[in-house]
Design a protein around this ligand. Structure first.
Ligand code: NAP
Length: 342
């Protein structure tokens, strides 16, 4: 019997909000690794907001996924057979293996991970790309300092949850913005935010008024994960010479939600002399060793908390991804593709 694998292909490019029709589950023959390659079975697939950008043909910092090709994505996998001395059967690895049950790789951009050092899934979350993004954004991009006040949007998500905890550990006043009472309760009780503002809650005060009350001396740093209403609300509260680490703008990825008018945004940046710096984590991978040296022991000791939302099986990946874009995830969104041990 021919051995097979499964994958999720991009079936079509979405116009606006993506839907299940944009994805297709396919069964293919299991590939054979060539010289210098290995074959791995995927254990954990990471779902990340940037994947919405890869579904679109619009110009970006990375090439789009072609229609008919495997959806791109980071994953933890275990090597099954190997034709390269760099990787042995049984090794656990993290790399860009895509939305698939198996992958063949040359090992480029792939790193081995120690399954005994931390749960395998953390290589895609708190100790992986989102964690590095939080650490670089807070330290290198925002230059955050003790005694300052920070606002973090998507405060309980994969990136935001670590930003808040690292900022608190620095001695900052931390204000999170999150969607829903449960997320806000977790933000203050578990992640240690001083205040969490629920952007879904009905409140007679505007979000901007709530930020003003939570930040009596104004906001020094805004860690921007969302754009949309949180950005509009925080801009007037930024202190003179405040800094914005522009990490993401998920509210606008599908081009549906409205935006504050450019004169309001530029006006705030000019009047308050703000420094706004966008960053893409690919440019900062050289910071990964310093990040891991600081954060891995904190995760191991339990000083840094993290939370995961797990979808079961590759077929659930599209629904889990669509849910992530709407805030359905609570912490890092993952898909369990196969058990850790074969
Ligand atoms: N620059 C980089 O290199 C880089 C790297 C990684 C991630 N990012 C960006 O960082 C941001 C967070 O990524 P993540 O992986 O940590 O995702 P995440 O925060 O775990 O999940 C996304 C969250 O965004 C919030 N959200 C969704 N739609 C929203 C809307 N219309 N308005 C306000 N909030 C909304 C939801 O949280 P609530 O339910 O709390 O609203 C949702 O749970 C994304 O924008 C992502 O693209 C950038």
């Amino acid at each position: 019997m021919t051995q097979t694998m499964t994958r999720i292909a991009l079936a079509s490019r979405p116009e606006g909000k993506p839907g299940p029709e944009n994805f297709r589950l396919e069964t293919l023959p299991l590939p054979t690794p060539g010289p210098g390659e290995f074959l791995a079975r995927v254990v954990w697939l990471s779902l990340d907001p940037y994947m919405r950008g890869r579904m679109s043909a619009a110009k970006s910092y990375a090439k789009p996924v072609e229609v008919g090709a495997t959806m791109e994505g980071g994953a933890v996998a275990q090597v099954i057979t190997s034709n390269t001395p760099a990787f042995a059967p049984g090794d656990y690895v993290v790399g860009n293996f895509g939305w698939a049950s198996h992958a063949v790789s040359t090992g480029e951009g792939v790193q081995k991970i120690d399954p005994d050092a931390a749960p395998l899934s953390t290589a895609l979350g708190v100790l992986g790309m989102p964690g590095l993004t939080a650490w670089v954004g807070l330290n290198d991009i925002a230059g955050a300092k003790s005694g300052e006040t920070i606002v973090v949007s998507a405060a309980t998500g994969a990136v935001g949850s670590l930003v808040g905890q690292l900022a608190r550990a620095k001695g900052m006043r931390t204000i999170g913005i999150a969607g829903g009472a449960d997320k806000c309760a977790y933000a203050t009780a578990e992640l240690g935010y001083d205040v969490c503002l629920d952007h879904h809650a009905a409140d007679t005060r505007t979000l901007s008024q709530q930020i003003a009350e939570a930040a009596p001396t104004g906001v020094d740093v805004y860690f921007e994960n969302t754009g949309g209403k949180p950005l509009e609300a925080v801009l007037p509260r930024m202190n003179t010479h405040g800094r914005i680490a522009l990490c993401g703008m998920i509210a606008w990825y599908s081009g549906i939600e409205g935006a504050p008018p450019a004169p309001a945004v530029w006006g705030a940046i000019l009047r308050q002399r703000l420094r706004v710096q966008g960053f893409i984590i690919f440019d900062h991978f050289n910071r990964a060793p310093a990040f891991r040296a600081e954060v891995a022991p904190l995760v191991k000791s339990g000083a840094i908390r993290y939370r995961e939302t797990v979808a079961e099986g590759l077929a659930q990946a599209p629904a889990a991804f669509l849910s992530l874009l709407e805030g359905g995830n609570f912490g890092k969104q993952l898909v369990r593709i196969a058990p850790a041990r074969a």
